[in-house]
Design a binder for this molecule. Structure first.
Ligand SMILES: Nc1ncnc2c1ncn2[C@@H]1O[C@H](COP(=O)(O)OP(=O)(O)O)[C@@H](O)[C@H]1O
Ligand SMILES: [Mg+2]
Length: 245
């Protein structure tokens, strides 16, 4: 069977900086992978490149999604193919309400009642008429990102640091939302694939993931059991990974 996602020898620059240096990566349909790594290692760059944001220039290498070469495709084309992203720092969009955004991006097979149920579950009913992320707290912003993914119904999601800027009480809510998002989709009858970036690893208390990797200086190293990796990082920091490399 084809991989859901396959990345071959990916080299990427942003500005005058090389951010990815020969990344190889693959995952099966419905798998959940976790990326760890110190600040500035290239985690966000990896996701933004997978999604196709033009600031991230692919110098070399290929990206295949569901067997199709998407390396040269635009963001909207990748979204139509079933790739979705939740940003580490989502932008504020004044003048476009959360409600309007949901109307625009929602999968047409999704019925209205299901959408409002999801909005309620994520505790965002009071935010529908506000500008997107306008004055939202860290937790509200992350929940709004996950809501948008839930209504888009992508086949695979890229989730960048879902716990960043979220206070401890709210991490459980974000974790539950991710579990719902990654559960079996009623309409599509399949599980979503996911890559979750975490700096702290807190999210692993709520979400079970299949495999983990560490990114150090633009390269993936030390693939393995995500919980083992996290406990090594907790014990030794990222120093060991740098030495190992
Ligand atoms: N527009 C840019 N111009 C120059 N360097 C950038 C730009 N955007 C990101 N970088 C740099 O690329 C490196 C990787 O960033 P990033 O992928 O955001 O790391 P992470 O998500 O792992 O913290 C960092 O050193 C960052 O400062
Ligand atoms: Mg980042």
């Amino acid at each position: 069977m084809k991989n859901m996602l396959k990345v071959q020898d990916l080299w990427v620059s942003v500005g005058d900086r090389k951010v990815l240096k020969g990344v190889n990566f693959s995952m099966e349909y419905g798998e959940i992978h976790t990326l760890f790594g110190p600040n500035g290692a290239g985690k966000t760059s990896f996701m933004m490149t997978l999604m196709g944001f033009p600031k991230y220039r692919v110098e070399q290498g290929k990206i295949y999604f569901k067997g199709e070469d998407i390396t040269g495709k635009d963001v909207h084309e990748r979204a139509h193919l079933g790739l979705g992203i939740s940003f580490q720092r989502p932008p504020t969009v004044r003048g476009v309400t959360l409600k309007k955004m949901i109307e625009i991006i929602a999968d047409k097979e999704l019925i209205k009642e299901e959408i409002s149920e999801t909005v309620k579950k994520l505790n965002l009913s009071g935010h529908l008429d506000r500008g997107l992320n306008d004055g939202f707290s860290g937790g509200e912003m992350k929940r709004s990102e996950l809501l948008q993914l839930m209504v888009q119904r992508p086949d695979m999601v890229l989730i960048d640091e879902p716990e960043s800027g979220v206070d401890i009480e709210n991490i459980a809510l974000v974790g539950e939302a991710i579990n719902t998002l990654l559960g079996k989709d009623k309409v599509k009858d399949q599980k979503r694939g996911a890559i979750i970036i975490t700096h702290t690893g807190y999210i692993l208390d709520f979400v079970n993931t299949d495999k983990g990797y560490i990114i150090i200086d633009g390269n993936l190293v030390c693939g393995g059991n995500p919980r083992d990796i996290l406990s090594e990082i907790k014990k030794h920091g990222y120093r060991r990974c740098v030495e190992c490399r």
